[in-house]
Write a protein that binds this ligand. Structure first.
Ligand SMILES: NC(=O)C1=CN([C@@H]2O[C@H](COP(=O)(O)OP(=O)(O)OC[C@H]3O[C@@H](n4cnc5c(N)ncnc54)[C@H](OP(=O)(O)O)[C@@H]3O)[C@@H](O)[C@H]2O)C=CC1
Ligand SMILES: O=C(CO)COP(=O)(O)O
Length: 371
């Protein structure tokens, strides 16, 4: 494959998918439906709330998840899975990661044959340690499975702020011979618009790990910031958190370069920098000492990093990978560990080398009394 951009005339033509189904009418599902609609696609959006579906179809608004934001007209929202999937040429699955198996089962009887599926949630299945792509492959064999992931707050995307994301599908042999017909290329072109810019990847593992781990690191950043620490600490957590992503991705067969891309470093930077992130925001509230039940005023908010902390840490332990920041978040969230003491301990672990490959470890001179 050439590694430079050929002249415009020599670029292969990519056929977009004309009809796209989006499963999940929350903030991100609605935003992606808007992206696809603005790109000129016919869009069916499935959600389980009839009032929300009606408001999207009739008033071009999602009053629950994106209140006050005008959506592009022409999104056909429905609570009927069969209707949403009828004649779909590509499907975006956008419900929280814990629901993926049940959503796949609900889709199974209605899916057109071999239609590509792009997973847009961020997580790892807790009971099995499987990446979401593996879960979808188990539940819906015979479909190309990929992911769409990146630094993409739903509101900003709907507000048409320039946004970029990665579309990843494992390339089959025939995709390497004719990349223009690959699901990654076709979906990327289908969603491309004046302000939405997808990049193409074949590294589903690297993209999946980036999305799952960044949520946990964002909780860590929020915790430290809520506890009163400042920018030095956040920058250290982002950088060392990225190292945890790289290590895990590489051991599982993903690429380090993917982790430095939009779905890794990009998303990590976004979610660790802003209280708009639900993960960062949960960490901040806990860091300030709020009990979990009182965070978000008790509202049931999707915070993927909370479940991801369990699945990421379990997976890493099973395969012998050390992820100290994820472990710290896990212990505070799920083992009742003291937040400040846990982060003190994190800072006084044995001195090690950057990069790890140097293989150097020394005792920390102050042990756990360093902060
Ligand atoms: N919001 C964002 O900016 C972004 C989110 N994401 C990812 O997208 C995924 C979804 O998040 P987001 O859209 O923000 O979440 P929201 O909380 O906005 O919406 C969740 C949606 O999932 C539906 N849902 C929940 N449980 C089920 C279920 N068991 N069966 C069917 N539908 C269900 C909800 O339906 P109901 O209203 O009926 O409960 C709701 O429509 C997450 O993995 C998130 O990390 C990725 C990028 C950006
Ligand atoms: O994944 C996101 C942006 O890319 C959304 O982050 P939160 O789930 O933390 O809000």
């Amino acid at each position: 494959m050439p590694d430079t951009d050929p002249s415009p005339r020599a670029r292969p033509q990519v056929r977009p998918y004309d009809r796209i189904a989006v499963i999940g009418a929350g903030a991100w599902g609605t935003a992606l439906a808007s992206v696809a609609r603005r790109a000129g696609r016919e869009v069916a959006l499935w959600g389980r709330d009839a009032d929300v579906a009606r408001a999207i179809t009739e008033r071009a608004e999602n009053p629950v998840y994106l209140a006050g934001l005008p959506l592009p007209p022409g999104i056909a929202a429905t609570t009927d899975m069969a209707a949403a999937l009828r004649d779909a040429q590509a499907v975006l699955i956008v419900t929280p990661s814990v629901t993926l198996r049940e959503i796949c089962a609900a889709m199974r009887p209605h899916l057109p044959q071999a239609v590509p599926l792009a997973l847009c949630a961020k997580g790892i299945e807790a009971q099995t340690g499987l990446l979401l792509g593996e879960v979808a492959r188990e539940e819906l064999p015979g479909h190309p499975v990929g992911a769409l992931s990146g630094p993409t707050f739903a509101r900003e995307t709907v507000l048409d702020h320039p946004t970029a994301a990665t579309v990843a599908f494992a390339f089959r042999y025939r995709d390497r011979l004719d990349p223009a017909q690959s699901p990654a290329a076709r979906l990327a072109v289908s969603l491309s618009g004046a302000t939405f810019r997808p990049y193409i990847s074949d590294d589903l593992v690297g993209v999946g790990i980036g999305g799952a781990v960044k949520n946990v690191i964002a909780i860590a950043c929020g915790m430290m910031s809520g506890a009163g620490f400042a920018e030095n600490t956040r920058a250290a957590l982002i950088t060392r958190g990225m190292d945890e992503m790289k290590t895990l991705a590489e051991v599982l067969g993903g690429r380090r370069e993917t982790v430095t891309g939009l779905s890794g470093a990009g998303d990590l930077t976004l979610t660790c920098s802003s209280a708009t992130s639900r993960n960062m925001s949960l960490g901040m509230q806990l860091g300030r000492g709020l009990p979990r039940a009182e965070c978000f005023d008790g509202a049931p908010v999707v915070v993927e990093g909370e479940v991801n902390a369990i699945s990421v840490v379990d997976l890493a332990r099973r395969i012998g990978v050390s992820l100290p920041i994820c472990e710290a978040v896990h212990d505070v969230l799920h083992r009742g560990a003291d937040l400040r003491q846990t982060f003190r301990d994190l800072w006084s672990r044995p001195i090690e080398a950057e990069p790890k490959a140097m293989g150097l470890y020394f005792d920390h001179p102050f042990g756990t009394r360093v902060l």
